[in-house]
Design a protein around this ligand. Structure first.
Ligand code: HBI
Length: 364
């Protein structure tokens, strides 16, 4: 669907790290891919992001200030956090002061403040919610936005939406990637991969335990966001056949991921989506994960991978031994059918048009 209105959109990026650092996780790829596809359709996109952000080919407006504490490390009852000279509040202030230059603003940060400020914007402020429910104060603001501004909330999957008090108020967008960037690999080498931010909620230790049980090789890719956690795993599994390949940009990352026998994904939280799952499928790589959150909606059990009972590591290990049963070409075909950038951006456009029409109606 072509962008009929070819609007001017301001993105508010995640506020926990500069874009391109890898600590912004899936949202970095989400913003890059959406912005690229929207520009192809005639839109203009500006991206508000912390100083130090780098995102190829994008128009970034760099904002100074102290980074936001990560929501996944806070407790459910923590009050909204705001450091002094907060980069998030500086981004919100910039957006508010310059809102008349834009047709709409889309917030990608998972925080209380932009949600709370929604009514104070004349230009419609929409929210892409990047994670499952983590905090009561944020949930409350999501509920308030949902009741006053229909169609202002989107997220990745139905299982992510169902973690919030108003699941029916979310537009579920799924995800898409630029499949041309992922090379299909028919004959893998003899190793498995784990790809993600190395932090406790991503559950690397389960995949290492499964590799240890099966004596199968595991290659780990991703930012060492929590070095203490990494060292704990190294101490606990000194003899496991695993190696760390670093945090790599897409081209190099998919070169290693694509040659693996399978991606092992072992989240300890309700993964909102799991970009890396569709990146794996795009390369023909099956995925072994837990039957919870995004993986349970994306992986077709026994067709594009296997789904184990959450936390059941022996089941993960067993599936690693059975992985050759999965047809790698079927994995690639699934990515081509369900996860193209074009289809995802169509859904994003439908969401913003629905929201804008609604707003025009409320203003009229
Ligand atoms: N935490 N407070 C906060 N705000 C964010 O925008 C945020 C986060 N934690 C993780 C995160 N964003 C990104 O890794 C998302 O891709 C999940």
């Amino acid at each position: 669907m072509q962008g009929i209105h070819s609007l001017k959109i301001l993105f508010i990026s995640t506020s926990v790290a500069p874009l391109g650092s890898g600590i912004g996780g899936g949202v970095e790829l989400t913003i890059l891919n959406l912005s690229n596809e929207l520009k192809k359709r005639g839109y203009q996109t500006d991206i508000l992001a912390p100083i130090g952000s780098v995102l190829e080919g994008q128009n970034i407006i760099r904002i100074e200030g102290n980074l936001q504490p990560k929501a996944q490390y806070q407790s459910r009852t923590d009050l909204p956090a705001s450091p002094d000279n907060s980069v998030l509040s500086n981004m919100c202030k910039y957006a508010n002061q310059n809102q008349s230059q834009y047709d709409l603003i889309v917030n990608f940060s998972y925080d209380w403040l932009p949600l709370y400020l929604t009514p104070s914007f004349k230009t419609p402020l929409l929210h892409f919610i990047s994670m499952s429910s983590l905090n009561d104060a944020i949930d409350f603001e999501i509920k308030r936005v949902a009741s006053r501004f229909p169609n202002r909330l989107s997220c990745n999957t139905h299982s992510q939406a169902s973690t919030f008090p108003v699941p029916e108020k979310f537009t579920v967008l799924g995800k898409g990637i630029d499949l041309a960037k992922y090379q299909y690999c028919e004959n893998p080498e003899d190793y498995f991969t784990w790809v993600g931010r190395i932090s406790r909620e991503k559950g690397l230790e389960d995949a290492v335990e499964a590799a240890d049980m099966t004596s199968l090789k595991l290659v780990v890719l991703g930012k060492k966001e929590d070095p203490v956690y990494w060292n704990e795993i190294m101490m606990k599994y000194p003899h496991t056949d695993m190696n760390y390949a670093g945090f790599l940009q897409t081209e190099k990352m998919q070169g290693i991921l694509g040659k693996s026998r399978a991606l092992i994904m072992t989240p300890r939280w309700i993964e909102a989506f799991g970009n890396v799952i569709i990146e794996a499928l795009a390369c023909g790589v099956p995925v072994i994960s837990y039957r919870i959150g995004g993986p349970s909606e994306i992986i077709e059990d026994k067709v594009t991978g296997f789904l184990a009972k959450p936390g059941n590591i022996p089941e993960i290990a067993n599936y690693m031994k059975m992985i050759d049963q999965i047809d790698r070409n079927m994995c690639r075909q699934t990515a081509l059918k369900n996860y193209t950038l074009e289809a995802w951006c169509d859904r994003f456009e439908q969401w913003i048009f629905r929201s804008l029409d609604k707003d025009r109606l409320t203003i009229l």
